[in-house]
Design a binder for this molecule. Structure first.
Ligand code: GRG
Length: 287
């Protein structure tokens, strides 16, 4: 008898590795959605592509596809929404980096949009991405489009991104107002609102019922605040500075556990959302 050939134990894919196939689908969809760089006026299209394809983790599109799967539908049903969310996220980063706001020379290890293409072009790149996102959401074919536009629109407005950015500007000009309470409010609007809208809009595209939306909203709110706490822990600023690094890290870990708890009734259908939570936990544990 020939010796039994046993396959070497398969190395367990990392949490990020498990998300690779969906990440590739998002990248392909973005590639198809964005105007070609050769399309006139070329500079804006080249700059939009420069910003969208510069190594982003695609966290919000993945949350959206995960929300859709949790509702029991195939991820591809929410792909239009996932694309729109990455365009919106990219717009917020391009504008946040501008000289009038963060004045950042670099983003993801390369020149920020305004450093590479000039300030006027960078303002227009942000405007173009924001506008394109809503035009994209208005395409035919996604269920519950109106509810999705409401959800995402409100996460981008004064209750969300813009409100958070305004409060952030105020906190910079009046450092004494940087209390834990204010910083939590900023984190909620600036970071957690769009993260929550990503999961909820994916679930809406997947035809989720009200009770499922409620649970997925809880997942998004917990994961969203954890995301900002972890970012502050790594940057040693914001909430980590006022709470202390270890307290902020522990709260992030508790919030991720609460996010995972909210997924309990979804069983295997929430696998992508669980992988995203695991990946977040992995980043929380990094020094
Ligand atoms: C609309 C001007 C304007 C601003 C809105 C969202 C926002 C306010 C500014 C973005 C900058 C910022 C520090 C946001 C906090 C959330 C955060 C840590 C964003 C980075 O998100 P990642 O890590 O980015 O998902 P990648 O590079 O992976 O896409």
């Amino acid at each position: 008898m020939s010796p039994t050939l046993t396959a070497p134990p398969r190395k367990q894919a990392s949490d990020r590795g498990r998300l690779e196939p969906l990440t590739r689908l998002v990248d392909d969809a973005l590639e198809r959605a964005l105007p070609k760089a050769t399309l006139p006026p070329q500079v804006i299209h080249e700059a939009m592509r420069y910003c969208v394809f510069s190594g982003g983790k695609r966290f919000r599109p993945l949350l959206c596809l995960g929300g859709c799967e949790a509702a029991g539908a195939p991820a591809r049903r929410a792909m239009t929404v996932a694309v729109a969310l990455e365009l919106l996220h990219t717009y917020s980063l391009v504008h946040d980096d501008l000289p009038a706001l963060d004045n950042a020379d670099e983003r993801r290890g390369q020149a920020s949009c305004h450093r590479k293409f000039g300030e006027g072009n960078a303002i227009l790149v942000g405007d173009a991405l924001l506008t394109m996102a809503f035009a994209w959401l208005g395409r035919d074919g996604t269920p519950n489009t109106l509810a999705i536009v409401r959800e995402i629109g409100s996460a981008c407005g004064t209750d969300g991104l813009i409100g958070g950015q305004i409060l952030d500007l105020q906190a910079i000009s009046q450092p004494r107002s940087s209390t834990e309470r204010n910083l939590r409010d900023i984190a909620q609007r600036k970071t957690a609102a769009l993260i929550t809208a990503s999961v909820v809009s994916g679930a809406l595209a997947g035809g989720a019922e009200a009770e499922q939306i409620k649970r997925l909203r809880r997942y998004g709110q917990s994961a969203g605040l954890a995301f900002q706490l972890i970012d502050d822990v790594h940057d040693r600023d914001g909430l980590a500075q006022v709470m202390g690094t270890e307290a902020a890290r522990q709260e992030a870990q508790r919030l991720i556990a609460r996010a995972v708890e909210a997924l309990e009734p979804f069983g295997r259908r929430a696998q992508t959302l669980r992988h995203l939570a695991d990946w977040l936990l992995e980043t929380a544990q990094r020094p």
